[in-house]
Write a protein that binds this ligand. Sequence first.
Ligand code: ZN
Ligand code: ZN
Length: 375
Amino acid sequence: MASILESAWQYLITHFSDFQLACLGSFFLHESVFFLSGLPFIYLERLGYLSKYKIQTKNNTPAAQNKCITRLLLYHFGVNLPVMIFSYPVFRYMGMQSSLPLPSWKVILTQILFYFILEDFVFYWGHRILHTKWLYKHVHSIHHEYATPFGLTSEYAHPAEILFLGFATILGPAITGPHLFTLWLWMVVRVLETVEAHCGYHFPFSLSNFIPLYGGANFHDYHHRVLYTKSGNYSSTFVYMDWIFGTDKGYRKLQALKRYEAEASNNQTSREKSTTTTLTLSALSRAKANFVSSIDASKQALSELSPPAPIPAPVSGDTGGDGGACAFRHIRATPHAVSLDTTSHSPSLARIKHSSSGLRSHVVTSGSEITYGFK
Ligand SMILES: [Zn+2]
Ligand SMILES: [Zn+2]
């Protein structure tokens, strides 16, 4: 394996200059990995394949997806490529080389682990600052245009943000002056990681099921679908920074509610059903109070943002930002069914009681509509 890699590397350094490999080679590698890993999620969404693993039920329109691709090509050629060219002397100055032999796997993996930890730390604080009022309104709201993210939206951002957060990605390599091979490997795994975080799907084989402290798609998808003042989950890769600084409370509450819902659902299936249905009004009142306070907070946050320019509306059709006049748009109850339609921005729990079978619980998030039917 090592000899195959070294032979391939020998071919590259024989036929191309250092500058060509570090700039044009890096750009070509980045574009290949980014689009090859991100495009399949566009077609999964368009064709509806594997929809049971999709995190949100809403889909982006083909026009919204195409807009993302067009902008990405513009930014990649207009921002990313010039950055790679102009940062080349810096990397050379910091000790980057491309000659043989290649570094050992121990050195490569240690450096890449260090880059991940450093990038996550810098990204967390940079991202958190981008969620302050002025920067969100003028810079970061571009990235949040897609409230239902898909893989390619991972790099859809304002050019200033590309520079700002790109700094987090290249800081580690700039400090350590790695071999170009290590730099390429870091770029590949970092692109795959951020595409996966935005892919919109959580599969049984997703890395977050197996790697402790790894965030993954569920973690970052929550950040996109909740109003920006309440989103939290600012880290790029791991979950511990948000846990340490208490910016994942909404997400952890949602996860706890989902677990509770799953347990309640399992219990429900083992009980006998009756012919009458009762809403537990006290529980619904509490949920409604939560929704109303959430809406008030959302309205407050939105009103503080104006004037001058409005935040771009989510192009996916998500309701995160509408701030309705009441939390429940509709509550419909019959002897055989209960239906709720909410505009809440914050996950809450609605409980519906069956007269002889105990509580059924359901997590209610932004714009969700739920209906329970009974025999
Ligand atoms: Zn954000
Ligand atoms: Zn994102």
